[in-house]
Write a protein of this length. Structure first.
Length: 204
């Protein structure tokens, strides 16, 4: 019976079970990373031997100590500050950004709907949403690098996730001097607003 009913036994078809796993697994991985950093503070020269030497030996097992996260720890304060400094260095070298572009994920994309079960919604399968999103983001970045908006000197982007689980990207673009949009006509070529066709796109 189990062999013939594999499609009904998949964990990803049961939102509660899959959500519990997705919520717990990253915490387990992150906790393991914390432990490695905590037990190797001295090898990273993050301990303060002077302060430790001032304490009576019988207090050492009970005293609290802070754990400093290196810049290699994703989303840690040092990594965020390092990324900020890198971004500021790019601006100092190439000038202020010319375009602020935001790309959002549409849960009604055909590539997403075709890969999930009929009774599921896109937030039930963040793995599929993330894969489709990443492919489309890479395609957009490739088009930008190919010069669809002009020759790019530098770009910076960050991906954020909404509370409902859908990603979006904020992209800063610095264009070459000859391609900077300095007139109204050039700006209108880059930016447009249209009312979608009522028979096709209003529901999306």
């Amino acid at each position: 019976w189990c062999h013939n009913n594999q499609d009904t036994l998949r964990a990803d078809l049961y939102a509660g079970v899959e959500d519990a796993y997705r919520s717990e697994a990253p915490d387990v991985v992150e906790e393991a990373g914390f432990r490695v950093l905590e037990y190797n503070q001295s090898t990273r020269r993050l301990d303060d031997p002077v302060e430790w030497g001032r304490l009576p030996w019988h207090f050492l097992d009970h005293v609290g100590k802070r754990v400093i996260l290196p810049s290699s720890f994703t989303d840690g304060p040092r990594q965020m500050y390092k990324s900020y400094q890198d971004s500021m260095a790019i601006v100092r070298e190439f000038g202020k950004p010319d375009i602020f572009l935001t790309m959002t994920c549409n849960p009604e994309w055909k590539e997403i709907r075709d890969q999930i079960a009929e009774h599921q919604n896109p937030p039930d399968r963040p793995d599929i949403v993330a894969r489709v999103w990443n492919q489309k983001l890479r395609a957009l970045l490739h088009d930008l690098d190919e010069g669809v908006l002009g020759r790019i000197l530098a770009r910076i982007y960050v991906v954020e996730f909404q509370k409902r689980g859908l990603p979006h990207a904020h992209i800063l673009i610095i264009l070459a001097e000859e391609d900077k949009p300095r007139t109204r006509d050039l700006i209108n070529k880059m930016v447009s607003c249209e009312i979608p066709d009522g028979n096709e796109l209003h529901d999306a």
